[in-house]
Design a protein around this ligand. Sequence first.
Ligand code: SF4
Ligand code: MG
Length: 329
Amino acid sequence: SDVLLEVEDLHVSFKTHGGVVQAVRGVSFQLNKGETLAIVGESGCGKSVTARSIMRLLPERTSKIPRGSIRFKGKELTQLTEKQLRELRGSEISMIFQDAMTALNPTISIGEQIMEGIIRHQKISREKARKQAIEMLGLVGISQPELRMKQYLHEFSGGMRQRMMIAIAAVCSPSILIADEPTTALDVTIQAQIIELFRMLQKKTGVSIIIITHDLGVVAKIADRVNVMYAGKVVETGTVQELFYSPQHPYTKGLLASVPRLDTDTTLPLTPIPGTPPDLFSPPKGCAFAARCEYAMDVCGAYDPEPTPLSDKHAVACWLQDPRARQAI
Ligand code: SF4
Ligand code: MG
């Protein structure tokens, strides 16, 4: 089949001084070959945690996956040892972060950092790895890649650093690239170039992409499908067309209402939905959005809505769309 990754009923929790935070509370989705899935939502909704748990890039001592499964090419990732995970990271699934300065090593030349992954995963000579690294830098749009190999992160602009990080992530031809807010720190022009680079890479290599963002403009430009997350759950999922043109969850509608118009200043703070997300130390009993929802009914506070399918790819977890709402209370 075309399904590359299958996440099912994923739960992730963190131990903190204040108690246990249930950051991800039953997330399920699939990723197909060659597609781009966006995960959107406000900060703290669990989108980054969901993505990081795929590669188990979570703090080892304080995080836990108490329930759920993550299957990649038939392998259960939640059961892998640290050694197996290390083999997987970079070669099969790679991660791209918002800030290259903290994600990469500023004291090692760019060339060495790209070559390191190639040598580790492909066990080839330094000379061959060097060639491959130079090629990759060219592919991500770095001019004079041979010269650039010797340089360090601080010698590059923000946009160039993102290109470097993408080069490092993509050099071993992984099946999945996971990008966590990859364009958030960049200005609009550079942002567009980086999105173009992702699209080019995907076209060229067929890589599947999971992009985590709070920016629906980015989603519109790059994604095929979208998961909207709220308080640790996927509240709506669908194709970009379905979500932008016929959003069904009140939260999705609120997010879309917050998208700045193209002719206005995009740096304006976007705070359109009144209220704040619930405390995930003790999540509410019913719908987590109820306290902020203008449509909330009795049933919403009593029972958590399950996803109701609306089409092949479109589903929404909201009692407004669930035919069982009338019997539920
Ligand atoms: Fe609003 Fe109820 Fe739907 Fe939750 S389930 S989003 S409270 S209408
Ligand atoms: Mg985040």
